[in-house]
Design a protein around this ligand. Structure first.
Ligand code: 6GU
Length: 239
């Protein structure tokens, strides 16, 4: 899986993704991350990449041409026309389902804007997907791009220590994950649930499934509509 990020702040991407599990995945060659500095494609002698908006208004708008040249450089290198994801609060909201769909692609380009945005004409020319990570406004697209790269990377076989965990964690069957416990068996008077100490695997599975359902009902009832439930479970949650 190859991620190409067009940005004015490449070091932000490399430091973020280069740390922890995604950093290890890069070193292992399971993913590759290339941050392309849009400023390197400015034809301006001062490397200017933005300007006042035509028609007036607050903030600055990024020029079309350096963005297009940065895109062309990536496209020529990989010799294909990959999907180009523009990070914008005006996009479709990112969900696990979208991570799973994008995971099928070999190469992905993320376009990160700053200031008030990017000249619409280059967006019309190169963007295939407009994506937001939620209903709030951030200062730039770098953190959202890193969020997406993290979510997609953990689906790549070998990135997580444990092959099963990509499936079992939150949002499997569109339910929240059950609570977890580790040593000690008693912490400040609080005991680990008895069933987890029983070694009875069927009972443990049953308990965990119930906990997932209860948590989802209490914390994210909106997920239940699309949850993958048995007939019995559906009756339980509808009560
Ligand atoms: Cl993708 N970009 C920006 N600037 N703000 C956001 C966002 C993206 N998603 C939510 N807020």
């Amino acid at each position: 899986m190859n991620f190409h990020i067009l940005t004015l702040f490449p070091e932000m991407i490399m430091q973020g993704i280069g740390t922890s599990i995604t950093g290890r995945a890069m070193e292992a060659g399971l993913i590759s991350v290339e941050a392309v500095n849009i400023r390197d494609y400015s034809d301006n002698k001062h490397c200017k990449v933005d300007d006042y908006p035509y028609g007036g208004g607050a903030g600055m708008v990024m020029y079309a041409e350096p963005v297009y040249q940065a895109y062309e450089a990536v496209r020529e290198k990989i010799g294909q026309k990959p999907r180009v994801i523009y990070m914008t609060p005006q996009g479709k909201v990112f969900r696990q389902e979208m991570a799973e769909e994008l995971f099928k692609e070999e190469d992905l380009i993320f376009l990160c804007g700053h200031y008030e945005g990017i000249d619409e004409r280059v967006l019309e020319e190169i963007v295939t997907d407009n994506v937001s990570i939620g209903d709030y406004v951030l200062t730039g697209g770098e953190l959202p791009a890193m969020v997406m790269i993290d979510a997609i990377s953990r689906l790549v076989p070998g990135v997580l220590n444990n092959d099963a965990s990509a499936e079992i964690e939150s949002f499997h069957d569109n339910l929240l994950e059950y609570p977890q416990y580790s040593r000690p068996e008693e912490w400040r008077g609080k005991k680990v649930p008895e069933v987890l100490m029983s070694g009875h695997h069927a009972n443990i599975e049953k308990w965990r499934r119930e906990q997932s359902l209860i948590r989802t009902i209490q914390r994210r009832p909106d997920l239940l509509e699309n949850a993958n439930l048995t007939k019995q479970e559906r009756i339980f949650v509808d009560k």
